[in-house]
Design a protein. Structure first.
Length: 368
């Protein structure tokens, strides 16, 4: 492959790459429920090629299922002695590529040495034709080369590169010149910024919902109000009415009844909590489905986990935002949560939102 030196204008963009905490998750204040921006992973389901080949099919790197506790969700390379390359084909040239992440795994469970070692940084390049690439910069992460005494488990090491302005490309190349001998990777993401329309209103506030399984909070059972009360939890220890807990190992179905068939639904968002120091783990993947009758549901899409919990042990609210390609109509909205990063601990659901936009050709003042 050929690699061109980045043009001066692009270099300015790359050199001004933002720190991860400035743009990505999480949100620590309950007031952040007013935030309307989010991310869409445009690499989801894209064709991907790895060189050299690893232990699993390459397509698992863009399946959205980047859970730490499932070994079959990783590609492993053992005894590497050559560069490692992952190339994602987005299917078309896009001009909105803004953030690039590689979910490497760190596994120090092996007694004879690391099963998968820490990857310090990954070079990220883009191309419109798959031949001539422009280097954007290096996606990097915190130093995870020395595990703590209690860290002999599989953890994510996320290499992240977020730009200040989007760039164009169809092919995205993730490249490690000198990888460790033993490496594992679970997911690569290519993100664009999305936003809930400014004129859209959350019509799920105050609406009833049902959960399957029921929330298992013991002394504080779900009252059927907490997840649509229009607020986020401030923390898990004192703000006990701001969340509903579920076992992490189960698939969680939460269905909202909007009360009538509603049209022009333009955005769907679920908030889940993460609080690693209290063994509350962020969920892995969320699917959104809609129905007119509460029986026959149509799946709109999935939102993968983009937040790396290992980076922040404090209590945070993590949003999962889905914006369909076209507005939809529905009375019932179902959020399906596919477990968390732990097989043994707890998942906290905080809030569910359904946004209705102003119909085309209608001014917002005409609705009142």
């Amino acid at each position: 492959m050929k690699y061109s030196i980045a043009a001066l204008s692009l270099c300015v963009v790359v050199c001004a790459a933002m720190a991860q905490d400035e743009f990505l998750f999480p949100y620590e204040s309950p007031d952040d429920i007013t935030v309307r921006t989010g991310w869409e992973d445009v690499a989801l389901g894209a064709f991907v090629k790895v060189s050299p080949e690893g232990s699993q099919p390459a397509e698992i790197l863009t399946d959205g299922l980047n859970r730490e506790n499932e070994g079959e969700r990783f590609i492993a390379w053992q005894g590497l002695g050559e560069p490692l390359e992952i190339v994602v084909d987005l299917g078309q040239i896009r001009d909105d590529l803004l953030s690039f992440r590689v979910f490497w795994a760190v596994d120090y469970t092996g007694l004879g040495g690391p099963v998968a070692d820490w990857v310090a940084e990954t070079q990220v390049s883009v191309s419109t034709n798959g031949t001539n690439y422009t280097v954007l910069g290096n996606a990097s992460s915190e130093d995870m080369s020395e595990p703590n005494a209690n860290d002999y488990t599989i953890r994510h090491c996320v290499n992240d590169l977020t730009l200040t302005q989007p760039v164009s490309g169809r092919y995205v190349r993730f490249y490690v010149e000198n990888p460790p001998a033993n490496v594992m990777c679970s997911e690569v993401t290519v993100l664009r910024e999305i936003a809930i329309p400014a004129d859209a209103t959350n019509i799920a506030v105050g609406k009833p919902y049902v959960t399957d399984p029921p929330g298992n909070d013991g002394s504080r059972p779900d009252d059927g109000i907490r997840l649509t009360d229009g607020r986020l939890a401030a923390d898990a220890s004192t703000d006990v009415t701001g969340w509903v807990s579920f076992p992490s190992t189960e698939v969680i179905n939460i269905t909202i009844d909007l009360g009538a068939l509603e049209h022009n639904l333009v955005a769907f968002r679920a908030w889940y909590a993460a609080w690693e120091s209290a063994f509350v783990f962020v969920v892995g993947t969320i699917y959104v489905e809609v129905s007119d009758n509460g029986t026959d549901f149509t799946r709109l899409g999935m939102v993968p986990k983009l937040y790396d919990q290992d980076e922040d042990p404090s209590f945070v609210n993590v949003p999962y935002l889905l914006i369909p390609q076209q507005p939809v109509s529905a009375r019932y909205v179902r959020f399906i949560t596919m477990g968390s990063d732990s097989n043994t601990f707890t998942t906290f659901a905080c809030e569910l939102e359904v946004y209705q936009g102003v119909p085309t050709g209608v001014s917002s003042w005409e609705l009142f």
